[in-house]
Design a protein around this ligand. Structure first.
Ligand SMILES: O=C(O)CCC(=O)C(=O)O
Length: 290
């Protein structure tokens, strides 16, 4: 991978929720990642889950704990290819803070079906921050379901997620045990109904104008491009009408998420502090009058 400008990446992620690195991976690195995904799809080892699939396309989900259990790391040399890069590590630390971890890794290969691959949405990773490292393994553009991201929407969604927990009770549209997904209509309705703080009002107006042309927010790139994005921002894949599309993505999560959902990845000191604090909280709560 070519050297990355860490400071610029973190600044852009904070401002836009997105940072795109064109031609980040060499063609040999892309070929290695592509081959690993196809091989796993053909072999279907027990540590790989298929989220969707069929004869034409596949979406393979790899979880670090499952790879540990099956002693499978050696069979997947390309996994560390992107994540092991010092630039990616430094960006993850700069954006997510220390103690970040990896919740999962996905290979996603699709052929044209004339349908939208991922409707526009944002993800709530249990109120924590998730940064996706999304690598293009084919050239990606509007015709083959290009990835869309509406810059700046992550700030609004972060605010909404925090507030939703207390008051708004926005219903989710999809999800799993570790994250929840909300669609665009829900997002706009909830924001429209909320008294936004002055700093976010301008963001809201700008974002609403941008959302009318969401299809213009396709992030075009050649194979080897990497898009880093905060999953609280409005994003999704477009309609796939021509050519194949192959991407892989790493889901990186902050320390709070690691402690709650994947404690095996937490540093022993962090685990100890977290355990001690929650014991103290429980003890104090038990002493308070009901
Ligand atoms: O595959 C894509 O282009 C979109 C992926 C997506 O929406 C997600 O990771 O939440």
């Amino acid at each position: 991978m070519r050297p990355l400008n860490v400071r610029e990446a973190v600044r852009s992620l904070k401002r836009d929720g997105l940072y795109v690195i064109h031609d980040a991976l060499s063609s040999a690195e892309v070929a290695e990642l592509r081959a690993d995904g196809h091989r796993l799809h053909a072999e279907r080892p027990p540590y790989v889950r298929e989220a969707i699939g069929g004869s034409a396309g596949f979406r393979l989900n790899l979880i670090p704990a499952r790879l540990d259990r099956h002693h499978a790391w050696a069979t997947l040399p390309s996994y560390g290819r992107v994540l092991g890069e010092p630039g990616i590590q430094a960006i993850a630390k700069g954006y997510l803070g220390r103690g970040w971890g990896v919740s999962n890794f996905i290979y996603d290969y699709s052929v044209p079906a004339g349908t939208e691959l991922f409707t526009l949405h944002y993800d709530d990773f249990d109120g924590c921050v998730c940064l996706k490292v999304y690598a293009y393994l084919t050239d990606c553009d509007r015709g083959n379901g290009g990835f869309r991201y509406v810059p700046g929407t992550h700030r609004l969604a972060h605010w909404l997620i925090r507030r939703n927990r207390r008051t708004l009770n926005v219903p989710s549209t999809a999800g799993s045990s570790d994250y929840t997904e909300y669609d665009l209509a829900t997002f706009l309705a909830a924001l429209g109904a909320s008294p936004l703080p002055p700093g976010l009002r301008a963001d809201y107006d700008r974002v609403r104008a941008a959302l009318k042309t969401a299809d213009d927010h396709v992030i075009r790139g050649r194979a080897g491009t990497i898009a880093l994005f905060d999953t609280s921002g409005i994003h999704g894949a477009g309609t796939h009408t021509e050519g194949d599309r192959y991407i892989c993505r790493y889901h990186l999560v902050d320390r709070r998420y690691v402690l709650r959902h994947i404690p095996a990845q937490a540093r022993p000191l962090d685990r100890w502090v977290s355990y001690t604090l929650s014991s103290i909280r429980r003890r104090v709560a038990s002493l308070l009058p009901r």
